[in-house]
Design a binder for this molecule. Structure first.
Ligand code: APR
Length: 250
């Protein structure tokens, strides 16, 4: 089916939906200069993900913090939202989508103006004391002295994002489940949807027979089995074109 035709079909599905939810991954932030995790130039191509296992961090926080600083804080803090983030925020304001469930920790959806954002994997913006639970804005810590420690109890501070082998917070699971159970349309943007338990929310949407529009530069495991409409293109280009068709571009 020609690209233009697919876009118009996607716009129709969005216009007809009562409760559309966006589900995003690293691909939506690629145009903001943040590397994805897998595929060409992916973070896990150069960094061993085992450093991001919560048990490794608990034993050797200095080593993990050094890698976290290079892989995330040195890149993410200056990143700006791109057109895809802004369009999702406009679509929320216009009522075309009701919420964004994101796997990203870069806060770019909120920076672009999205209100109802569920951060499945947390955020780089907050640090939490591993001993007393005290929370800090990440700018509290001088990341030239690692690992950062708690002002109150001197415990090691951890970025408030999910490490491998770390459970998602109960409230996050409840909120994301509630959104999926209300959805009649899911826009899956820029994710391989390979990572558990994040991908269970897409499975729940499929079990609820929710239509899935997938926007990705490559096909994924979803495409063949779950996707109702696959748009093979960059998120930043597709979202801009979709927005023009939905006449939601001010
Ligand atoms: N537009 C749309 N899709 C894109 C773009 C783009 N400009 N650039 C890349 N992609 C797609 C890739 O084709 C790939 O399918 O984005 C996806 C990125 O996949 P991953 O790197 O695996 O990222 P993601 O699916 O978000 O990973 C989920 O894994 O390591 C954990 O916690 C980490 O949140 C992350 C989770």
């Amino acid at each position: 089916m020609k690209y233009e035709k697919i876009l118009h079909e996607a716009a129709e599905l969005i216009k007809m939906s009562q409760y559309a939810v966006a589900f995003t991954g690293a691909g939506i932030s690629a145009a903001s200069g943040i590397p994805t995790f897998r595929g060409k130039g992916g973070i896990w191509k150069t960094i061993d993900p085992n450093y991001f296992n919560i048990h490794f961090f608990e034993k050797k926080p200095f080593i993990t913090w050094k890698i976290i600083k290079q892989a995330f804080y040195d890149k993410i803090t200056e990143a700006k939202p791109n057109m895809a983030h802004y369009i999702l925020s406009v679509m929320e304001q216009k009522g075309f989508i009701k919420s964004v469930i994101t796997q990203n920790i870069d806060h770019l959806h909120q920076d672009a103006g999205s209100d109802n954002v569920i951060e499945l994997h947390g955020t780089y913006k907050r640090l939490v004391c591993t001993k007393c639970g005290m929370e800090y804005d990440y700018r509290f810590a001088d990341l030239n002295y690692l690992p950062p420690t708690c002002f109150v109890c001197r415990g090691v501070l951890k970025p408030d994002f999910i490490f491998f082998n770390e459970d998602l917070p109960k409230k996050t699971i409840e909120n994301a489940t509630a959104e999926i159970n209300k959805a009649d349309l899911l826009l899956v943007i820029g994710t391989r949807a390979e990572v558990f338990p994040a991908n269970t929310f897409i499975n729940l949407a499929r079990d609820n027979e929710v239509k899935i529009i997938e926007i990705n530069i490559d096909k994924t495991a979803l495409t063949h089995y779950h996707t109702s409409l696959f748009i093979k293109n960059e998120a930043e280009n597709t979202m801009e074109k979709l927005c023009r068709i939905l006449t939601c571009k001010d």
